[in-house]
Design a protein around this ligand. Structure first.
Ligand code: CA
Length: 236
């Protein structure tokens, strides 16, 4: 199986080295750039499979890089941010980043983010029938073809709106999904952008699927940004 190539655009050498070591150890091919312009050159010449992008670069604002890259390719971009400011994350996601990871982060978190973004982009590019295969995580199975959600083999009754929300999150499992993306995907592009209707539905979904809605196992809150569904346990 050919290795996936990951480009790390990060001016802090210790973080660049740390990430590079982890990725090489997990069979990724790694390219590194210390500046934004160097990063853009490598993206154009080497076409990496995934980009890890620090937003605070010495020459170009990371958001400018996302904007530029998105004019010609949908290569997944995961933003690395020291800053935990939610607005900055939402802005990067709105510009076309696929996900973000906040410093300091651990090995398993980094690998999970990369896996989820690569898997999602592969589905979009090559095999839409993958969506027909069920989502599985722990005791939960979501069968897209039958629109059936079960936990421990027992059917969970969802309203049509609740089903749409859960299905959309499951199709993006492991990745953050913003409030606005869920709203427009479920209610259509003309929603007023009010999160309240989504929060109400999510509270109902959690009551139905989570043992303890305050300590969710399946759908996690990304404060101020959106939701993230636990990663699909697919056989690779
Ligand atoms: Ca930096």
């Amino acid at each position: 199986m050919p290795k996936f190539t990951v480009l790390i655009i990060e001016d802090e050498k210790n973080i660049q080295t740390f990430m590079g070591k982890i990725l090489k150890r997990h069979e990724y091919r790694v390219l590194c750039a210390d500046t934004g312009s160097q990063g853009l050159d490598i993206i154009r010449s080497q076409c990496p499979d995934l980009i890890l992008l620090d937003l605070g670069l010495p020459d170009i604002n990371g958001n400018e890089i996302i904007r530029e890259v998105r004019t010609w390719t949908s290569t997944p971009i995961i933003v690395i941010s020291a800053r935990s400011a939610e607005r900055e994350k939402v802005q990067a996601l709105d510009l076309g980043a696929d996900d973000y990871i906040t410093k300091p982060f651990g090995t398993s978190e980094l690998l999970a983010r990369i896996r989820a973004s690569l898997r999602h982009s592969n589905r979009l590019n090559t095999d839409s029938s993958v969506y027909i295969r069920s989502y599985r995580c722990g005791a939960m199975v979501l069968d897209f073809s039958r629109r059936l959600l079960t936990i421990d083999g027992r059917e969970v009754h969802l309203t049509p709106i609740e089903y749409k929300i859960v299905a959309y999150l499951a199709q993006n499992s492991g990745k953050v999904v913003t409030y606005s993306s869920i709203l427009s995907n479920v209610w259509g592009p003309y929603t007023d952008g009010d999160n309240k209707i989504l929060r109400v539905n999510m509270a109902n979904i959690r009551r139905k699927i989570e043992q303890d809605p305050a300590q969710p196992q399946y759908i996690f809150t990304e404060v101020g940004v959106g939701y993230r569904m636990a990663e699909d346990e697919e056989e690779t």
